[in-house]
Ligand binder design. Structure first.
Ligand SMILES: Nc1ncnc2c1ncn2[C@@H]1O[C@H](COP(=O)(O)OP(=O)(O)O)[C@@H](O)[C@H]1O
Ligand SMILES: CC(=O)N[C@@H](CCC(=O)OP(=O)(O)O)C(=O)O
Length: 265
């Protein structure tokens, strides 16, 4: 059995076709794959914060999180979004079980950087819980919160949480977003990179081609590849059957590679 960690970005969540969730259920019933979902919810957090007249800043794609914000972040991610994903899977005849990275100490974290407020850095993943759930036929649906041994909770970017889970399960990782992959401009034309290496990513970060929410995506993806994640791809969730295509080895989206892997593909 292979673990497949699927990160569903908040950017795409409301427009995902029903077939997306049906395909996740198909994979879980295939006896070949154990899908594990980690979701985001950035746009919905923004909407709730606006209702409370709270503005938030982002540093390299990470939300600077005050204690008052963290409660709202948790409400959105572990409440609304998590249960919405669980409902979609159940509607597609799957056995979904929602939990937060806080539950069972799933994501153990410490403060990442004081300047980011209550943003966590994951230091360990209690993935035995997830293995048990998968063995019992559940599709785990995880919201990206974390906790430390003092009971302090933290906000975690969804891509970073998904990569940490993929590392712990030695899984493949699909980052599902609202773009068909990494977009670059060549001769005044936009094109999607079919594959991209660590060195190429660094220069795209340096020249600003990769910005905002794409920054944690690529950095988490590369970190995963350096720590037992066998494959990472960025896919557009609106592309019908993107997950099945990926699992069948089709060349879609943007595949991230370590520099030394280039000669093998
Ligand atoms: N080079 C790039 N190619 C594609 N998207 C990029 C790039 N650089 C930045 N982005 C932005 O990253 C966004 C995806 O990140 P994010 O909004 O956090 O999505 P999600 O909620 O799916 O995690 C895209 O919608 C796009 O605006
Ligand atoms: C620390 C941090 O930035 N946390 C994110 C968590 C949600 C998230 O990552 O949502 P997307 O995957 O939709 O971007 C936030 O507060 O927006």
């Amino acid at each position: 059995m292979n673990y497949l960690v699927i990160k569903c970005g908040g950017s795409i969540f409301d427009s995902l076709p029903n077939s997306f969730f049906e395909d996740i259920v198909k994979l879980s019933k295939s006896n070949k794959w154990n899908p594990v979902i980690v979701h985001g919810g950035g746009p919905l957090i923004n909407t709730l914060l606006e209702k409370f007249d709270i503005t938030s800043d982002f540093v390299d794609g990470l939300r600077v999180t005050t204690p008052e914000m963290l409660d709202l972040v948790e409400m959105v991610l572990s409440g609304s979004v998590n249960k919405k994903v669980v409902r979609q899977i159940i509607k597609a005849q799957g056995n979904a079980l929602g939990l937060s990275g806080v539950d069972g100490g799933l994501f153990n974290a410490r403060l990442k950087d004081k300047r980011l407020g209550l943003v966590g850095e994951i230091i360990s993943v209690n993935s035995g819980i997830i293995e048990t759930l998968c063995m019992q036929g559940y599709i785990p649906v995880i919201s990206p919160l974390a906790i430390d041994t003092n009971g302090q909770h933290y906000n975690i970017n969804g891509d970073i949480a998904a990569a940490a889970m993929a590392k712990s399960l030695r899984a493949k990782l699909c980052l599902i977003s609202d773009i068909p992959g990494i977009i670059v401009e060549k001769n005044n034309e936009k094109m999607i990179l079919n594959k991209v290496t660590k060195t190429e990513v660094q220069s795209l970060l340096d020249d600003g081609t990769i910005y905002g929410g794409m920054i944690p995506k690529v950095t988490a993806a590369l970190d995963g590849l350096m720590h037992q994640v066998s494959e990472v791809v960025i896919l557009n969730g609106n592309q019908e059957h993107c997950l099945l295509d990926f699992c069948q080895g089709k060349n879609i989206g943007t595949k991230l590679l370590l520099d030394e892997e280039v000669h093998h593909v």
